[in-house]
Design a protein around this ligand. Structure first.
Ligand SMILES: Cc1cc2nc3c(=O)[nH]c(=O)nc-3n(C[C@H](O)[C@H](O)[C@H](O)COP(=O)(O)OP(=O)(O)OC[C@H]3O[C@@H](n4cnc5c(N)ncnc54)[C@H](O)[C@@H]3O)c2cc1C
Length: 431
């Protein structure tokens, strides 16, 4: 099989990369699951946008401060400066954001933002964005979309990425020859017992990078979200109670119903405070009080969250709901430059799999959809330099080691876990 660009993953980053390539480029997009099972569909709170030049300094500072000033400043600048154009494009694809009665975009706020600068669509902003991107990609004649098709490895020749080994829906293995490959495989939540992520997102791109000695960055920078709905059932994916609920006034309470923290602290600091309170109270959760938000607003802005709470037997308009921190986001990943190129020629990494340093040690809320889109577009543009080599090349790949898929899966999961542990130990030693 030959394609010009192989994109692994059909979350917002993979789809947006495809939409930003010329229509004479043959693109193959694969996804391990169905088209809609990506974290991009789960994003609730919203997507940041630079409101006006006056907000630049403050938006930049909020991002840096949340990231403990370990962010790559150039990446932050690129992301913020590109935000208005990305939003314009999303609107052209049919994405609808909340508007006021005069038709102007309305903004909300989340923790650690010093101003309202987040666009949203109820509490299903990710679904609104990603479903429109998917619809647009499906209309393109140059794109082939394959569901239930898994990347098992990349093919490396002379230090360059020449293609990939995939397992198709019917279980057959296939080698794809590609001018370049995009890893858009999302986060690593599937490695954790409690996570807001889809379980099949197990950091495959990172594992493959480790296997090929591709450079990584901040691999142990993993964000724990302070507020997910508490359930005693470990099998469930943790349901997020978006930060914008707190941005709109929700409060956190201890076992006696008293406030114990500033609810708008950055995520890592708030998580620490909640864990400390749980320890002190000998509880498995703390309470979140959504009754501070006017009932109409709660139901209109957060219908999905209200519905989930009701389903779990809690009426958030009348009582507090139990919340607990859970793994949520991966700030680290495969090192990339500002064009999202990895340390291996012809290999790009975009979205949550990649690390361009934009988030530093801790991501500011609602920066990840934006970052994914901005850098996916840059990667798409940059990758066109590899489109000269369209000649079919036969790739010699020994397939034996790929037949036992569960063995390979375990090897990959363990290699990512080990790398995170190693980085944690090294960080503790130098602290
Ligand atoms: C509950 C929740 C709420 C969130 N809310 C917000 C928010 O309000 N604002 C915000 O900015 N961000 C939010 N985020 C984060 C944001 O949604 C993600 O960071 C972003 O969508 C990641 O996009 P992506 O394209 O990198 O990956 P994803 O959208 O996760 O897509 C990954 C894709 O890779 C595929 N894949 C993985 N491995 C393989 C493989 N081996 N072979 C083939 N395919 C593979 C998957 O099947 C999937 O299609 C939220 C995340 C969660 C989980």
């Amino acid at each position: 099989m030959k394609t010009d660009v192989l994109i692994v993953g059909c979350g917002c980053s993979g789809l947006y990369a495809a939409l930003n390539m010329p229509e004479n480029v043959k693109i193959t997009i694969i996804t391990k699951s169905d088209f809609e099972s990506s974290d991009s569909f789960l994003a609730q709170g919203g997507i940041c946008m630079l409101k006006n030049d006056d907000d630049y300094k403050s938006y930049f500072e909020d991002t840096m401060k949340a990231g403990h000033y370990e962010n790559d400043k150039k990446s932050v600048e690129i992301m913020i400066r590109s935000s208005q154009e990305v939003i314009r494009k999303l609107i052209r694809y049919g994405v609808e954001f909340k508007r006021d009665e005069n038709g102007n975009l309305e903004f909300t706020r989340e923790g650690a933002h010093s101003d309202k600068r987040i666009l949203f669509h109820e509490d299903i902003t990710g679904k609104e964005i990603t479903s429109h991107l998917l619809e647009a990609v499906k209309k393109l004649n140059n794109v082939e979309l394959l569901e239930y098709t898994t990347l098992l490895d990349i093919v490396e020749e002379d230090g360059e990425c020449k293609g990939a080994v995939i397992r198709k829906e019917d279980g057959a293995l296939e080698v794809i020859n590609a001018n370049c490959v995009f890893l858009a495989c999302g986060g690593i939540g599937g490695l954790y017992k409690h996570s807001t992520n889809f379980k099949h997102l197990t950091g495959d791109g990172v594992a493959i990078a480790i296997r090929h000695g591709i450079k990584l960055k901040d691999i142990n920078y993993v964000q724990i979200h302070p507020t997910t709905f508490y359930t005693a059932n470990d099998e469930d994916r943790s349901f997020l109670i978006s930060e914008s609920v707190r941005g709109e006034g929700a409060l956190l309470r201890d076992k006696n119903g008293n406030r114990f923290v500033n609810e708008l602290l950055p995520r890592d600091l708030l998580t620490q405070a909640i864990h400390a309170q749980m320890k002190k109270d000998h509880t498995e959760f703390v309470w979140e009080d959504l009754r501070t938000i006017p009932e109409d607003e709660l139901k209109v802005h957060f219908p999905n969250i209200v519905a989930h709470c009701m389903e779990m037997g809690f009426d958030p308009t009348k009582e507090c709901i139990p919340v607990v921190p859970a793994q949520h986001y991966f700030m680290g990943g495969i090192w990339v430059n500002h064009e999202s190129h990895t340390s291996m020629k012809r290999l790009y990494a975009i979205g949550e799999t990649a690390c361009n340093g934009v988030h530093g040690r801790n991501r500011l809320a609602s920066n990840s959809l934006l970052e994914s889109l901005v850098f996916a577009e840059r990667a798409a543009n940059d990758s066109m330099k590899y489109m000269d080599n369209t000649k079919e090349q036969r790739l010699e790949v020994e397939l034996n080691e790929y037949y036992d898929s569960s063995r390979l899966e375990d090897i990959y999961k363990n290699s990512v876990r080990k790398e995170i542990e190693k980085a944690d130990i090294a960080m503790t030693a130098t602290a």
